[in-house]
Design a protein around this ligand. Sequence first.
Ligand code: PEP
Ligand code: MG
Length: 575
Amino acid sequence: MLKGIGVSPGIVIGKAFLLDSQDIAISKERISEAKISEEIARFEEAMTQARCEVLDIQKKINQEIGIEHSDIFNAHLLILEDRTLIEEVIGKLKKEKVNIEYAFSKVLKKYIQIFSKIDDEYLKERVSDVKDVGKRVMRKLLDKKAQTLVDWKEEVIVVDHDISPSDTALMRKERVIGFVTDIGGRTSHTAIMARALEIPAVVGLGTVSRQVKSGDILIVNGSQGIVVINPDKATIKKYQEERKKFEKFLKELNKLKKLPAETLDGHKVELSANIELPSEVHSVIAHGAKGIGLYRTEFFYMNRQDLPTEEEHFQAYRQVAQAVVPYSVIIRTLDLGGDKFLSHFEIPREINPFLGWRAIRFCLARPDIFKTQLRAILRASAYGNLKIMYPMISGLEELRSANDILKLVKKDLRETNTPFDESIEVGVMIETPSAALICDILAKETNFFSIGTNDLIQYSLAVDRSNEKIAYLYEPAHPAILRLIKHIIDTGHKAGIWVGLCGEMGSDPLLVILLLGLGLDEFSASSIALPQIKRAIRSVSLKEAKEITSRALRLSSAEEIKEFVAQRLKKLIRI
Ligand code: PEP
Ligand code: MG
């Protein structure tokens, strides 16, 4: 039995499926003699395409950042042009009559092993180059055919060192019934995605990917962060019973679906949902959300080689807007970076990606990409109630620059008589400590705030949100966080704007009471969390929540605060 961090609730029992180091599952297929030349041609084409791609990236980096940063790609080109490697792959294919993906992955693994063993720092570093190149070529090959996880026929629990958000986005809910990883934390994007897909998941398990083989039976308890490998019959029975209990509990919660998010003394708050994909909209409505408080748009840019067109953006936004009308949809502009990497951009690796060239910083540097998205949002605003929200604002200049670009886009649309909502609201995510501290200044030039606690906590407490080793320090109930949130809400209200919260913190019933007491106007969370948030809201009066909160704010540590609130809540709700 392994203990990790439960990031998406529920219990599943099923077969493990190990994603290999390529992130992509490669199956071995026999091919006929007649197919050999076809497979070789596919391989050569994939190598050529990969080469063009690398040259392209190198050129862009040369122009934008400087030649010293593009040098790393020379090593990639050398591998792609290495005749010994190419001949070895082709030789294996001819000899064993297997599909090219399989032959290529085997030869690549051999190279990786050889390089890893060499006692030379420079050559050791080439391992990651070989892996990168391998991935690139494999993606090219798989674009055409071969079996990947998405084609898998059986239900599986995916096991990997880490699963990138883009791979997670590819998982079809009905095939992947759970996943477990070695690394990650509650607010890492893999975890967020698991909740969006309603797949039980446990992360931060340390070495699970080395302890489990494909085909092993696993029990995943995403509520408690437990994974059992090859359990005996009695253990399976025990967890089957727990699963039944959990399902019953969910059913109870679902009864709240149609009831308002209202305290015992009649104070109403907005309860909306976070979505990553337009297809989630129906689940959101089924869980009783009124609108969308955070539509993360990064997934739109993932798993593709080109940028989404304005038309693609527009179609998706219109679909979501129309599905929830008359309620609103807050579309967050591209929040690339941190742990949200897009395969297409190939942004050079940074030492501190969470503090790097990301989100609004990236969009302001690439107005072409930003404008395309803004145009599409504005055009879709004619079909529903849309709002725009900027991520990672750290100072007034960024807000002003983003608004200037928005103004230009609006002007263009007016000139072509393209309809859009002239009074569309624009909000700011408060997720950096600097934004929190100057929110009085930001409030003058924005319509609303949404507190992004996932990032606000990591930046304020200096704790990487996706590092399981320091997950014990990632503490939403830290007095520093509560004071910051109080400041943001009070300041927003003083300036006459509403304040919401869209980080994971808003999903914990205990913290919901504190946020309610602090005067939060809107809660937005993954749809599976909505019923329990509603239950917490419906079990107190606003007066009581305020009294609990003001006493909690006088305590000195997260432990004391949580214990105090839990004691008070014991009488009100079963947590
Ligand atoms: C946040 O930072 O709290 C947030 C909601 O955004 P994301 O998790 O996408 O960074
Ligand atoms: Mg964020």
